[in-house]
Design a protein around this ligand. Structure first.
Ligand code: TLP
Length: 349
C-alpha cells in the first residue's frame, strides 16, 4: 500500500544536490569557528534575513531556546502567543532550562496577538513582579494553520516592544513560506524584530538545522549559550552544506507547496464530515475539523488507508504539503480520504 505522508514538512528528504554538497563539503572544527561551510551558511543566512550575524543550531527548538536564554535572565518573563510552538511543543524548555517565566497572550485564528493585550501583559517595574524581557511572535503560525503575519502586523508589536524597552524575537521556523506567500523578502519581515530564527529542515528540505539571526553582539552571546546547551558542533559543515543548497534552490518552490495546500483544502472542504475554510489557507499548512468523531480516531482510519496526518487537538487534524508531494498526490490523498469517510459511514451525517 502506498503511503502519502502529510504529517509535516519535516519529513522531506534532502535533494540529490544537497547529498552531493554534503559529501563534498569543506569542513573544520566549528567550535573554533573554523568550519568554512558553516561560516558561509551563517553569512548567507544573516544577509538573507537582513541582520548582522547568524549562528547555526541543531533545531528550531534549540534556536528558540538559545534566543530565549540570550535575551532573558533567569526569572525574567517572556510573552508568547497562546497557540505558539514555544508554549505547546518545546517541552517547557524555557522554564525547565532557562528559568524563564512564560506568559501567554491569546492568539487570534490569524496568528496575531492583539497589540493592546501584549502591552497590557508587560509588567510594570516592582519588587513583586518578574521583568518582562522578551516578546515572541511566530511566522508562519503553525497551530493557526500556517497563517502569515505581514510586516505591518509585526511592526505594531515591535512598536509596543520598543516603547517598553522589551526585545522582540520571531520564531520564523517557516519565515520563507511567509515571505513567498506575501511576495516580500524575509528581511522585510525580520526587520522590525531584534532577532529571528528559521528552520532549514522544514519546507526547505534539509536533513538538519536552524539559524538564529540578530546583531553581531547578540549572536556572539547566543553562540556561547548554544555551547551551554550542548549544541556546539564540530565538522557541522557536512550539514550546513545542505543548508546552502536550500537557500540557493529551495525557497521559490515553496509557492508550489502553497498551491498544493490550497488544492488540498478545497478538496477537503468538499468532503462530508470535515470542516474548514479553504480561504484561510495561506501557506503549506491545512488544519481541519472532524465533525463526528475524535481526531485521533479519524487519523487511525486514514492511516489504515495510507494517508498520514498529525494531531492538533480534540477534533482538529493537520496536513502539511512539502517537497515530494505534487498535485497528483494531493488528489490521491483526497480519494483515499473519501474512501475513509465512506468506510466510517459518516457520509449522511
Ligand atoms: N514544528 C513541528 C512539530 O514540532 C509540531 C512541525 O511538524 O510543524 N517553531 C515552529 C513554528 C515549528 O513549527 C517547529 C516545528 C519548531 C519551532 C521546532 O523545530 P524543530 O522541530 O526543528 O525543533
Amino acid at each position: 500500500m502506498r503511503t502519502i505522508d502529510l504529517r509535516s514538512d519535516t519529513v522531506t528528504q534532502p535533494t540529490p544536490e544537497m547529498r552531493r554538497a554534503m559529501a563534498e563539503a569543506e569542513v573544520g572544527d566549528d567550535v573554533f569557528g573554523e568550519d568554512p561551510t558553516v561560516n558561509r551558511l551563517e553569512e548567507m543566512a544573516a544577509r538573507r534575513l537582513g541582520k548582522e550575524a547568524a549562528v547555526f543550531v541543531v533545531s528550531g527548538t534549540m534556536a528558540n531556546l538559545v534566543s530565549g536564554l540570550t535575551h532573558c535572565q533567569r526569572g525574567d518573563e517572556m510573552i508568547v502567543g497562546s497557540e505558539s510552538h514555544i508554549f505547546h511543543n518545546e517541552v517547557g524548555g524555557m522554564s525547565a532550562l532557562g528559568g524563564i517565566h512564560v506568559r501567554t497572550v491569546a492568539n487570534s485564528s490569524t496568528g496575531l496577538t492583539a497589540p493592546d493585550e501584549v502591552e497590557a501583559a508587560i509588567r510594570l517595574p516592582g519588587i513583586q513582579q518578574p521583568r518582562t524581557a522578551l516578546i515572541c511572535l511566530e511566522n508562519t503560525h503553525n497551530r493557526c494553520g500556517g497563517a502569515v503575519l505581514d510586516s505591518e502586523d509585526i511592526g505594531v508589536i515591535a512598536e509596543v516592544a520598543r516603547r517598553h524597552d522589551v526585545a522582540l524575537h520571531i520564531d520564523g521556523a517557516r519565515i520563507f513560506n511567509a515571505a513567498v506567500a506575501l511576495g516580500v523578502t524575509p528581511a522585510e519581515l525580520a526587520h522590525p524584530a531584534d532577532t529571528i530564527s528559521f528552520c532549514l529542515s522544514k519546507g526547505l528540505s534539509c536533513p538538519v538545522g536552524s539559524l538564529i539571526c540578530g546583531s553581531r553582539e547578540f549572536i556572539e552571546r547566543a553562540r556561547k549559550n548554544r555551547k551551554l546547551v550542548g549544541g556546539g558542533m564540530r565538522q557541522a559543515g557536512i550539514i550546513a552544506a545542505a543548508g546552502i543548497v536550500a537557500l540557493e534552490t529551495m525557497v521559490d518552490r515553496l509557492a508550489e507547496d502553497h498551491a498544493n495546500a490550497k488544492r488540498l483544502a478545497l478538496g477537503l472542504a468538499r468532503l462530508r464530515g470535515l470542516h474548514l475554510e479553504p480561504d484561510t489557507v495561506q501557506t503549506n499548512i491545512v488544519i481541519f475539523d472532524v465533525m463526528n468523531r475524535p481526531a485521533r480516531e479519524f487519523m487511525d482510519a486514514m492511516k489504515s488507508r495510507g494517508v498520514l496526518a498529525s494531531f492538533v487537538s480534540g477534533r482538529k487534524v493537520r496536513m502539511v504539503t512539502h517537497y515530494g508531494i505534487g498535485p497528483a498526490d494531493v488528489d490521491e490523498a483526497l480519494n483515499m480520504l473519501e474512501a475513509v469517510i465512506r468506510g466510517l459511514g459518516d457520509v449522511n451525517r
